[in-house]
Design a protein around this ligand. Structure first.
Ligand SMILES: Cc1cc2nc3c(=O)[nH]c(=O)nc-3n(C[C@H](O)[C@H](O)[C@H](O)COP(=O)(O)OP(=O)(O)OC[C@H]3O[C@@H](n4cnc5c(N)ncnc54)[C@H](O)[C@@H]3O)c2cc1C
Length: 380
C-alpha cells in the first residue's frame, strides 16, 4: 500500500530501510539474547538524525510527518522490534505529549534534546493500575512552587535508556481521572530510583523497568498541561502511541513473512520446494492479505492523527487491535512454515513470535482496544 510521503520523506525512509537491513538486522539475534542494544547503534541513530525527524522545526527538529515516523517504525521493526521501540518511545510517548500539551518553556527545554538524540519514556502503569489507568496511587502534593511526589511505576519502556520521563500522579485525591496531573521528571532527579529491571519473553533488547519515587521534588513548571487535567494528556498520548505500536506489529509480521518465504523457496521436501505446496501457498496469501489490511488501517490512522480528526481514536484503536492480532497469528504461522527449525534459535522466526506478543498487550490491551472501539461507535 502506498501512502503520501514527500520526496524528501521517501528518501529518508529508503535510507532508514537500508540502515535496518544492513546494520540492524544482523545484530537483532544478539540484541535479543544479550538483552541489550549496542551503544554504537543508538549513537548511529542519533548521528543520522532519526530522533529529529518528527520534532517541529521550531524546536530543532525536521518537522516531518507522523506518517513518516510510522513508516520508519515499521521498517525498523522488520529488523529489530526492540531497537524500533527506542525511537517510538522517545517520539510518540515522550515528545508527543509535550508537543500537544507542553508549555512553551517545557517544549524549549526538552524537544531540542530529543531532536539531538536524548531518549525519553512514559511512566503511567503502576503495580495496582494497568488497564484501569485512573486508579493510580502515586501522589504529587503541592509544596510552594514544587510538587512532592511519592509512589511507584512499573513496566517503563526505555527505562535505562531514557534521560527523562513523562509520568502522572494524583494531585486531587478522590476525584479519579479528574484529579490526575502529568509532569516531566529528569532521570537523575533526587528521589527517583530505578528499582528493578524486568526480564521479558520478547522485545528483550528494550529496557523495561520498575521505578520508585520517594519524596521526589518536581518544579511546577514541569507540569504537562493543566493541574488535574493529566488524564486527558495520557489518553491523547496513547491514541498516538497505538499507531506506533500498530506499525511495530506490521514490521514484525512482514519481517517474519519475508524470511519464511525465502526459506520455503530453498527448503525441499518430497522432491520440490515447500513453496510449491498449495496448502502453504494459501497460508502465505492469508498472511500477506492481513498484513496489507493492517497497513491500510495504520496509515489511515496516521493520516487522521495528523489532521486531528475526531475519527482518529476509533481508527487508531482498530489499527492497533488488527495489526497486533495479525502479527501474533502471522508469526505463529511463520514458525510453522520453518517446521522444526522454526522452533530453534538458529532462525529468527521464534524471536518474531515472542516479539509480536507484546503488541497485543501494551498501550492498552486488545480487550481495552475493543472497549474503546465499541464506545466510539456507540457514541456516534
Ligand atoms: C514490555 C512492556 C512494556 C510496557 N511499557 C509501558 C510503558 O512504557 N509505560 C507504561 O506506563 N506502561 C507500560 N506497559 C504496561 C502496559 O501498558 C500494561 O501492562 C497494560 O496496559 C495492561 O495492564 P496490566 O498489565 O496491569 O494488566 P491488567 O489491567 O491487570 O489486565 C489483565 C487482563 O485483564 C483484561 N482486562 C482488564 N480490564 C478489562 C476490562 N474492563 N474488560 C475486559 N478485559 C479487561 C486485560 O485485557 C488483561 O487481559 C508495558 C508493559 C509491558 C509488558
Amino acid at each position: 500500500m502506498s501512502v503520501k510521503l514527500s520526496e524528501t520523506e521517501d528518501e529518508i525512509l529508503q535510507y532508514i530501510k537500508k540502515f535496518s537491513e544492513d546494520e540492524l538486522k544482523p545484530l537483532a539475534r544478539e540484541i535479543d539474547s544479550s538483552m541489550q542494544i549496542p551503544e554504537r547503534i543508538i549513537k548511529r541513530m542519533k548521528d543520522l538524525g532519526f530522533f529529529s525527524i518528527y520534532i517541529p522545526e521550531k524546536y530543532g527538529g525536521n518537522g516531518l510527518s507522523f506518517t513518516l515516523l510510522v513508516r520508519i517504525i515499521e521498517e525498523m521493526s522488520k529488523a529489530c522490534a526492540s531497537t524500533a521501540l527506542i525511537l517510538d518511545g522517545a517520539l510518540t510517548l515522550f515528545a508527543e505529549p509535550l508537543i500537544m500539551f507542553g508549555s512553551e518553556d517545557l517544549k524549549k527545554r526538552y524537544l531540542p534534546r530529543v531532536a539531538n538524540g536524548s531518549v525519553g519514556g512514559l511512566a503511567i502503569t503502576e503495580p495496582g493500575a494497568g488497564s484501569d489507568a485512573a486508579s493510580i496511587r502515586t501522589t504529587a502534593v503541592k509544596k510552594g512552587d514544587k510538587f512532592m511526589v511519592n509512589g511507584s511505576k512499573i513496566f517503563v519502556t526505555n527505562g535505562r535508556t531514557s534521560d527523562f520521563f513523562v509520568f502522572d500522579a494524583v494531585t486531587s485525591p478522590g476525584k479519579g481521572s479528574k484529579g490526575i496531573t502529568t509532569f516531566v521528571a529528569e532521570k537523575d532527579t533526587p528521589g527517583l530510583r530505578i528499582s528493578r529491571d524486568i526480564h521479558k519473553m520478547g522485545i528483550r533488547g528494550s529496557s523495561t523497568v520498575e521505578m520508585v519515587f520517594n519524596d521526589m521534588e518536581i518544579p511546577e513548571e514541569n507540569m504537562v498541561g493543566e493541574l488535574d487535567q493529566g488524564f486527558k494528556v495520557i489518553m491523547n498520548t496513547l491514541d498516538a502511541g497505538r499507531i506506533g505500536i500498530a506499525a511495530q506489529a506490521i514490521g514484525i509480521a512482514q519481517g517474519a513473512l519475508d524470511e519464511a518465504i525465502q526459506y520455503m523457496k530453498q527448503r525441499k521436501q518430497f522432491g520440490k520446494s515447500i513453496s510449491e505446496f498449495q496448502g502453504l501457498q494459501f497460508m502465505i496469501a492469508d498472511m500477506a492479505t492481513r498484513i496489507e489490511a493492517s497497513r491500510a488501517l495504520t496509515y489511515d490512522a496516521a493520516e487522521l492523527w495528523e489532521k486531528k480528526s475526531g475519527d482518529s481514536v476509533r481508527i487508531s484503536s482498530m489499527a492497533k487491535l488488527f495489526a497486533s492480532d495479525t502479527a501474533m497469528s502471522v508469526t505463529t504461522d511463520c514458525v510453522q512454515l520453518f517446521g522444526g527449525y522454526g522452533y530453534t534459535v538458529d532462525f529468527d522466526a521464534e524471536r518474531h513470535m515472542r516479539d509480536a506478543k507484546i503488541t497485543q498487550i501494551y498501550e492498552g490491551t486488545n480487550q481495552i482496544q475493543r472497549l474503546i472501539i465499541a464506545r466510539e461507535i456507540l457514541k456516534q
